[in-house]
Design a protein around this ligand. Structure first.
Ligand code: MLT
Length: 265
């Protein structure tokens, strides 16, 4: 992992391949390792940047109070690595952050890929659940969140080894970063008003069996973003890039090829 200083904090990231840049933004409570199949597949063709968000993985552990801070960190990463603009791929929480990056630093986005995510904010009940979970993580550790999420993360056909891999990634996340992310997600604003104003090519991807964020949320994003295309991956759950890497990579490859054809990335 490389490291870049962002003020007093350090962001760790994988940096493989050459321009143009593909920025992979992980979901909760993971780190860059969730993108293993994409890093390997795309590094021969792109410059793949896969950070651990502040509070996760090998980055500074304290977390960030707002998802906007994470978006600013990613803009800082692109600037500090001379990557310029990137196609930004966000999975779930990473999608919330990708939309914040678009809102705050649109000039850094050559395209958006929104995977297993939603544009709207939390409901009141959802917010209350996050604060409750933050208390549980504080008392019991990140195992509390892993136990709650794992049974619903992957689609019904996913092999047990996949659950074990996801559990391992979750368990190594620092407790303060996980708590901060729960609170930051609870506080995030709606990105729905931004969707009609997205002017870069956008790919929306979801698993048909996502039990955490239903595929109707992806349909709504795709309907609201003028240039969006929607790809649903049959049988996949909330982490389609790991569950069905072949189908996910093929959708991403087609999308990137369409950008190259248009001279856009
Ligand atoms: C994620 O995968 O990043 C989370 O499930 C998102 C969320 O909790 O809203």
């Amino acid at each position: 992992m490389r490291r870049v200083a962002l003020g007093a904090l350090e962001l760790a990231y994988q940096d493989r391949g050459h321009r143009p840049a593909l920025l992979l933004v992980h979901g909760f409570p993971f780190d860059h390792a969730i993108w293993g199949p994409q890093i390997d597949a795309f590094a021969p063709h792109r410059r793949v940047l896969a950070p651990d968000l502040i509070g996760f993985g090998a980055s500074s552990p304290g977390g960030r109070p707002s998802l906007d801070d994470h978006a600013d960190d990613l803009a800082g990463l692109l600037e500090n690595t001379n990557a310029g603009r990137a196609v930004v791929v966000g999975m779930s929480m990473g999608g919330y952050i990708a939309l914040a990056l678009w809102r705050r630093h649109a000039e850094r986005c050559a395209g958006l890929v929104l995977a297993g995510t939603r544009a709207g904010p939390d409901t009141e009940a959802g917010r209350a659940g996050r604060y409750q979970m933050a208390i549980s993580v504080s008392a019991q550790g990140v195992g509390a969140v892993a136990d709650a999420l794992l049974p619903r993360l992957a689609g019904p056909g996913a092999p047990p080894a996949l659950a074990a891999e996801m559990r391992d990634i979750m368990h190594r996340q620092p407790r303060p970063g996980v708590i901060a992310a729960l609170k930051a997600m609870a506080a995030r604003p709606s990105s729905a008003p931004d969707l009609p104003h997205i002017t870069v090519p956008t790919l929306v991807v979801c698993g048909t069996e996502d039990a955490i964020i239903p595929s109707t949320e992806s349909e709504a994003i795709a309907a609201a973003v003028p240039s969006a295309r929607l790809v649903k991956i049959p049988g996949a759950g909330h982490v389609p890039n790991l569950e069905e890497p072949g189908a996910f990579n093929s959708a991403l490859r087609d999308f990137l090829a369409s950008l190259d054809d248009a001279g856009g990335s």
